[in-house]
Design a protein around this ligand. Structure first.
Ligand code: TEU
Length: 584
């Protein structure tokens, strides 16, 4: 391998060694309900998280992102916020949040919190005031209230769906008891959308950002970042009106997934997604954050926007710092598709000077250890039920370990979802009566929903609630199989998924892989993904290779493998669905 060969296929230039922390950070997503329970009520909480932070330091991540912990009636597991400046009692108190932030900082971990600016909870005092007020009042003007269509206003103002199923509008009863206006909720009925054309809304969120900056947080993951601004006039939409409306359609060439109801895809733009006006909001937030004392605080967009050129507009230098690369998450197990996504991601993000933010799992999607064990010719399901096609657990885990080795070998930032470091599969046998995702209820069970990836984490095999908390209570049932994945079953065990993650994260940090350059390696092509990650001064070069082919791949003589996602049965041979890192 000569330097010229790689230079010819340069994919991405290196970052300087003193680049800001977020350009290569590995960030661990904690779903507070399900990570660690300190008081035995079966629901995870902030003191539980604080107590177990050393586990994350030892895992080797740089930061944590906490899904919402604010006051909420919990109709969407906390993504329905009733008070943005306080903690829900099930999770603890503001003092507990302060202790968590301080505890994380003491261990060298940064803290990112979730900001939910598209909608509030219907229990929020603003929405309650809006309900009590007259049509046309200032109180109603913070949300999207409209008169209905039809003779008596009995039909919704337009045809927009709710992402969770059913209609995106709900009619209210006015003070005099008559059926009245409708309000828009792109998600659940209990999640009314704000009207971002109202300056009061913008000022309120600027103040919320400042509130959390003063409490010491290092950044914000911005929920539904592509949804805040709606097309003027709220016109009808002629695209998909249900989650899987077009899932039977043939997948366009080069794409893995149909465009879903929560996404803006290429072509005609849905009137509720990716409107130009969102960028002005993020420019305001960026300048607000840039005025804060150091260290740099960040914004990360949860924006389901395609193609990548359009997503990259969220991470222009005066907007957000990061945007989740959901194209990568949505890539089926196919080397060419991965290569295409990687190439495009670097091209588009480098064009705006942003790092690429890789991700494989989160609290909204089937865990990748299960997803990759499903039939790869079908679209990604929204949850898996016991009577549906079951993932091949062994194959899924094997591929998941390889996919993670690919992800952590790529320059940029990466997000890890709690439990993936244990190789945790989706819960696929949850009885329906436990399901809480509004999607399940709003679609009358047609969509299984996201509960299966939100089950409390197993820490200790032979303990009540698998060590999640001091009692045997868990807000969602833990599958029988989870005991074998518990932290205590994997810690210190050579070859376990936990030890694989620990060693990958240590090596990634030590070798500065997140800041490296990337260039395709000559072995890349066909069923093989192979690139060289090199430091800015070229003193350190790592070959990252994944073999998706049916036959073992023979490495060039003299290649020194440092990490492997599975044992190499024959030295120098990379078997099917295995990834390696090697020094070259
Ligand atoms: O999700 C936004 C979103 O549109 C998708 O993640 C969608 O909910 C999912 O793919 C449906 O299967 C964010 C949060 O991550 C999610 O948990 C919330 O429910 C949603 O916003 C509403 O706040």
């Amino acid at each position: 391998m000569t330097q010229n060969t790689t230079a010819a296929a340069q994919l991405h230039p290196a970052d300087p060694a003193d680049a800001p922390w977020w350009r290569d950070a590995v960030i661990y997503q904690i779903y507070p309900r399900s990570w660690a329970d300190s008081d035995g009520d079966g629901i995870g909480d902030l003191p539980g998280i604080t107590a177990r932070l050393p586990y994350l330091r030892d895992l080797g991540v740089d930061a944590i992102w906490l899904s919402p912990f604010y006051v909420s009636p919990m109709h969407d597991a906390g993504y329905d916020v009733a008070d943005y400046r306080n903690i829900d009692p099930i999770f603890g108190s503001l003092d507990d949040a302060d202790a968590l932030i301080a505890g994380a900082h003491d261990l060298g971990l940064k803290v990112i919190v979730d900001l939910v600016p598209n909608h509030s909870s219907s229990a929020h005092e603003w929405f309650q005031a809006a309900l009590a007020a007259e049509p046309g009042s200032a109180e109603r003007g913070r949300y999207i209230f409209r008169e209905g269509k039809g003779e008596n206003g009995e039909e919704p103002p337009n045809n927009w769906p709710s992402v969770f199923g059913g209609n995106g509008w709900t009619r209210v009863t006015e003070a005099d008891g008559t059926p009245g206006q409708w309000y828009l909720h792109i998600f659940d009925t209990t999640q009314p959308d704000y009207d971002w054309t109202n300056p009061e809304v913008g000022d309120e969120f600027a103040s919320i950002l400042e509130f959390w900056c003063e409490r010491g947080v290092d950044g914000f993951r911005v929920d539904v970042a592509h949804g805040l601004v709606k097309e003027e006039g709220l016109p009808d939409w002629d695209g998909p009106l249900q989650m899987l409306d077009n899932s039977d359609a043939a997948l366009p060439s080069g794409e893995d997934e149909p465009i879903r109801v929560h996404e803006a895809g290429p072509g005609a733009k849905p009137p509720m997604w990716d409107q130009e006006g969102v960028h002005e909001i993020y420019r305001r937030w960026r300048s607000l954050l840039d005025k804060q004392p150091s260290p740099e605080r960040i914004l990360c967009a949860e924006a389901w926007v395609k193609p990548e050129s359009q997503l990259a507009r969220y991470v222009r230098s005066d907007e957000m710092h990061q945007a989740f690369n959901f194209d990568f998450l949505d890539t089926h197990w196919n080397a060419e598709r991965f290569r295409n996504v990687i190439t495009t991601s670097f091209e588009e993000n480098d064009a705006v000077g942003a790092p690429t933010t890789w991700v494989l799992s989160n609290h909204d999607v089937v865990r990748h250890a299960s997803r990759l064990g499903l039939d790869q010719s079908l679209p990604r399901p929204n949850g898996i039920a016991a009577d549906q096609a079951q993932p091949n657990a062994e194959l899924g885990l094997r591929r998941a370990r390889a996919a993670t080795m690919l992800m952590l070998g790529l320059p940029g930032s990466a997000y890890i979802y709690q439990g993936e470091e244990l190789g945790l599969p989706e819960s696929t046998d949850m009885p329906d009566e436990f399901r809480q995702d509004p999607t399940f209820h709003r679609t009358e069970g047609k969509e299984i929903g996201r509960d299966g990836c939100r089950v409390p984490i197993p820490w200790v095999r032979d303990a009540p609630s698998l060590g999640f908390g001091p009692s045997d209570r868990t807000w969602l049932p833990q599958p029988e199989s989870y005991g074998a994945y518990a932290v205590d079953q994997q810690a210190g065990v050579a070859g376990s998924t936990l030890e694989l993650y620990r060693s990958m994260l240590a090596a990634r940090r030590e070798a500065g892989l997140g800041l490296g350059s990337a260039a395709w390696h000559e072995l890349s092509g066909g069923d093989v993904i192979a690139f060289v990650n090199a430091s800015a001064d070229d003193s350190r070069r790592t070959l990252v290779l994944v073999n998706l082919g049916a036959e073992p791949l023979v490495l060039p003589a003299g290649t020194v493998v440092t990490h492997q996602s599975e044992d190499l049965t024959t030295e120098g041979h990379v078997p099917t669905d295995v990834a390696v890192w090697a020094r070259i």
